[in-house]
Design a protein around this ligand. Structure first.
Ligand code: NAD
Length: 329
């Protein structure tokens, strides 16, 4: 890692905090600035919080922390003063069910454009979070550059970021690497509340002793579930990329939600009956996501290490801890 000063936006969130802890633990000579808006009581019309950042995700992190909104021009001045040579841009409205398109595009796209301009001035390397939501109902396995057709405003905003990054790179010669995460699960996601992965949500239902609630037809709803440790690996590899690009980050394998429940029950030693509910998001829902990761392997050197079974095994104690210390407390 050649970087000396790393900025992580969205650092009090799930993936940003995992990156912050990773750098704090493994790179003693790198200065890390963890930037996040954190949470307050504001909610979108879907009832979810406007930002999920939580101080508890950064407990134990010894780098610098700042509260700042990426939509605020003063934040750019703060970043300029810090002068990062590497930016991990994870801050976003990460909720796929938000319907306020203006706020979504402002936060996810406009703020990213400003950050790209800053990268040009600073000569900084940009690694940013895109999403498998850019594909919508595109045929599986989904390939970068093929049939992207987001079916919600969130996916649209991420596709707009990818297009902007590629054209910015062409224009300026700067390097921006977009990582299209598929369904990420693991430590640090509890504070995303209802938008946390179904792995955590089913896990907590099972520990509570209640029937896991799945959408009807869940044995045929497939997702490429990717463990947080593989996401960190992809981000580290992306920091060394010498050219811009957009890459899928998943396992390359799609599993059903029923599989998730079965694996969790095997892990927790339970045999609860599954219950089925109607899917309220049907029109904007993805029914089969599966990342084509061949270019990610070839060009970034990424190699996913966790199958769904291995990821859940690694995560199980943390789910138990969350249940005991956050849910029951
Ligand atoms: N978790 C997944 O499965 C997944 C999948 C695909 C893409 N992504 C993307 O990865 C990134 C990280 O996602 P996550 O799962 O950690 O979500 P998250 O919501 O936990 O993290 C996003 C962070 O950004 C912060 N934030 C929001 N608005 C901000 C603003 N205006 N200024 C500063 N900070 C702000 C939030 O407080 C939060 O801490 C996001 O860009 C998300 O869209 C996540």
């Amino acid at each position: 890692m050649n970087a000396k000063r790393v900025l992580i936006t969205g650092a009090a969130g799930f993936i940003g905090s995992a990156l912050a802890h990773h750098f704090d633990t493994h790179y003693k000579d790198i200065r890390v600035l963890a930037l996040d808006k954190f949470r307050n009581n504001e909610r979108f019309s879907n009832g979810n919080l406007k930002s999920f950042g939580h101080f508890k995700n950064l407990l134990g992190f010894r780098g610098e922390v700042i509260e700042a909104d990426i939509n605020d021009p003063r934040t750019l001045e703060v970043i300029k003063d810090f002068a990062p040579d590497l930016i991990y841009h994870e801050a976003a409205i990460s909720d796929t069910t938000v319907s306020e398109q203006d706020e979504l595009v402002r936060t996810n796209v406009n703020a990213f454009l400003s950050l790209l301009s800053l990268c040009e001035k600073l000569g900084a390397h940009m690694v940013y979070a895109s999403s498998g939501a850019t594909y919508g109902s595109a045929k599986a396995p989904q390939k970068v550059g093929e049939a992207e057709a987001p079916n919600n405003a969130y996916g649209f905003s991420k596709l707009a970021m990818d297009n902007a990054a590629l054209s910015w790179s062409k224009r300026t010669g700067g390097v921006a690497v977009g990582l299209r995460y598929f369904n990420v699960y693991g430590k640090g996601e509890f504070f995303k509340e209802r938008t946390a992965s179904m792995i955590l949500q089913f896990g907590l239902q099972i520990l509570r002793g209640t029937e896991p609630k799945l959408f009807e037809g869940s044995d045929k709803i497939y997702r490429d579930f990717v463990y947080i440790k593989d996401i960190i690996q992809a981000n580290l590899k992306a920091a060394n990329a010498t050219k811009s690009g957009v890459y899928n980050v998943g396992t390359g394998v799609a599993r059903s939600f029923s599989d998730v429940v079965d694996i969790l029950q095997a892990e927790f030693g339970t045999n609860l009956k599954k219950s089925f509910i109607k899917n309220p998001f049907k029109s904007s829902y993805q029914f089969h996501t599966e990342a084509d990761i061949a270019p990610t392997i070839l060009e970034l050197g990424y190699a996913p290490e966790y199958t769904l079974e291995q990821g859940i095994k690694d995560y199980a104690d943390e789910i138990r801890r969350i249940y005991a210390q956050e849910v029951l407390a």
